[in-house]
Design a protein around this ligand. Structure first.
Ligand code: FES
Length: 87
């Protein structure tokens, strides 16, 4: 089964804007969901320099971009993505 990829930007802007607390995602994610998710860090994804993407920190859940990312927002998107894949 293909895992959902969660890419957490660890670039400077995102880090300063709060991405560091997102590194705890694996600790707060339900173990049943954790098996279906791969969490990776990434250098600057390029969204912080471009207009129209919203505010850092940025996280991607597969192709879905989350701006102003919080653990709650990322968890909600992971659940939504996994639910869509289960259909
Ligand atoms: S530092 Fe995160 S998108 Fe640039």
């Amino acid at each position: 089964m293909k895992k959902t990829t969660v890419t957490i930007c660890t670039g400077t802007t995102c880090y300063i804007m709060g991405a560091s607390h997102l590194q705890r995602l694996d600790e707060v994610l339900d173990p049943a969901l954790l098996e279906q998710v791969e969490i990776v860090g990434s250098r600057c994804l390029g969204y912080c320099d471009a207009n129209g993407h919203g505010k850092a920190p940025f996280v991607k859940v597969d192709d879905q971009l989350i701006a102003d990312a919080t653990l709650d927002k990322v968890l909600a998107q992971i659940r939504k993505t996994l639910a869509k894949g289960a259909l």
